[in-house]
Design a protein around this ligand. Structure first.
Ligand code: PRP
Length: 184
């Protein structure tokens, strides 16, 4: 049984469960070819990346260490500076390690641009970004994903971890939210 409210609020399904699964298998193949037998610290950026993180990690053939980071942007009510605040930092020391940042979406790029900078200052061996979705039309920072699932249009998407007001994260697909829901 899926979230009942979705029937009313979702305009259409943009990427269905099967398409997500198929694409994740392809990304995993790319990552397996890239890292070979090297150990990697896979960083899940909370909270939206949780479903993608596990569905991806379980298909990786090289050794992976888990870690989690939670960030928020500064100045939500005023003009955003584009900087981020760390709400929960990593536990592991990434010095000299391969770091794979796993994100649900690359939008303005503020989050991943800042995270890449923060991680790079900790002297890792390598930092790569893997994101399921990319909305290139919204980009304000010069940042690209190294491994990407889908490039999408500038639509309000929810599901598979993505939320509106903390809702819809539990949907197994990525859907476009009806405009009437967020302009209420
Ligand atoms: C979302 C998403 C990315 C970020 C992308 O996180 O998970 O982290 O926004 O946007 P940007 O490229 O414009 O920075 P959000 O802050 O909504 O937190 P959540 O993952 O808990 O939903």
């Amino acid at each position: 049984m899926l979230l009942k409210q979705a029937k009313e609020d979702i305009e259409y399904i943009l990427v269905n469960e099967q398409e997500i699964e198929n694409r994740i298998k392809e990304i995993a193949d790319e990552l397996n070819a890239y890292y070979k037998d090297e150990e990697v610290i896979a960083v899940c950026i909370l909270k939206g990346s949780v479903p993608f993180y596990w569905d991806l990690i379980k298909r990786l053939s090289f050794p992976v260490k888990f870690d989690f980071m939670c960030v928020s942007s500064y100045g939500a009510s005023t003009v955003s500076t584009g900087e981020i605040k760390i709400l929960k930092d990593l536990v592991v020391d990434i010095k000299g390690k391969n770091v794979l940042v796993v994100e649900d979406i690359l939008d303005s790029g503020n989050t991943l641009y800042s995270l890449k900078k923060i991680f790079s200052e900790r002297s890792p061996k390598d930092v790569k970004i893997c994101t399921l979705l990319d909305k290139p039309d919204r980009r304000v920072k010069d940042i690209e994903a190294d491994f990407l699932g889908f490039k999408i249009e500038d639509k309000f998407v929810v599901g598979y971890g993505l939320d509106y007001d903390e809702k819809y994260r539990q949907l197994p697909y990525i859907g476009v939210l009806k405009e009437s829901v967020y302009t209420k």
